[in-house]
Design a protein around this ligand. Sequence first.
Ligand SMILES: Nc1ncnc2c1ncn2[C@@H]1O[C@H](COP(=O)(O)OP(=O)(O)OP(=O)(O)O)[C@@H](O)[C@H]1O
Ligand SMILES: [Mg+2]
Length: 314
Amino acid sequence: MTTAISVTGLRRSFGDQVVLDGLDLTVAAGSVFALLGPNGSGKTTTVDVLSTLTPPDAGEVRVAGHDVVGDPRSVRAAIAVTGQSTAVDDLLTGAENLRLVADLLHLDRRTGRARAADLLERFDLVEAAATPPSTYSGGMRRKLDLAMGLMGDPRIVFLDEPTTGLDPRSRRAVWDVVRGLVAGGVTVLLTTQYLEEADQLADRIGVLDGGRLVAEGTAAELKRQIPGGSLRLQFADRPALDEAARLLRTASVDVEALALDVPSDGSARALRNLLAVLDDAAVDVADLTVHQPDLDDVFLALTGRSPDAEVSTP
Ligand SMILES: Nc1ncnc2c1ncn2[C@@H]1O[C@H](COP(=O)(O)OP(=O)(O)OP(=O)(O)O)[C@@H](O)[C@H]1O
Ligand SMILES: [Mg+2]
């Protein structure tokens, strides 16, 4: 395996506040790594260090084989970054924005034009390219921003919350772009608040909390680290609940909600067996929901908060 990004013992503080406290991270070339973490956990700081925008206080950080401190120019030549704040210029048209980037990169005319045309096509922005981005939707802006980042034909792409605030359709469009990049051998490190996004895109996922990765692995590996699924059965009254609790010994009882939680793999067979037991005893089930563990559960179990929880200000 070729390593695209390797981070060892990365530390970064702002004043007294330790944000990254010995972060270790390895990303294989041609893979997608998703960095998950609550607000303020240091995701953007990590991306900033990896993309040479912020120097590390300590640790070794190599991107595309180059040290971010010793050889930032080589790192910059290999990467593209699209961030939470977008680089799009509203006084230019979409096409002019791309041309500007081509000039900044000193691409020759033909290469610049060919890449711009290809990117506009891929991002479905061909028509929009004639107008300024001020007329675009949020998703179109994000796509133009991403296209600008890709003009340099980067080997490694950093995406800081690429789909936050986008509608489902635009989100899918960005996902398709990421998949297309990876198919072309590009390495992608993205941060996200959306566990579904990590689940959909990432080969490996790291959960950032307290300045370190508290878990790292494939989505399936992370899900395996937490308790399995369950069935929640709802009853109309207390006698039904009590009778069901007597029959289903593994269940935990929620008296207030008149509900039972039964550990289960959630399969059709398990459901059938369970309902048969209750049916035989003439116990009516008012409602039933299947709960499969997802990355939300992983996140909650590992960090003690749900991913979209508000930051508490002291
Ligand atoms: N330039 C800076 N000066 C001072 N503090 C900073 C600076 N940049 C980041 N921080 C602090 O570092 C912490 C981590 O910030 P960071 O932006 O990396 O978090 P994040 O995980 O990207 O959060 P979010 O999900 O909200 O984007 C925050 O508490 C933030 O206030
Ligand atoms: Mg951030």
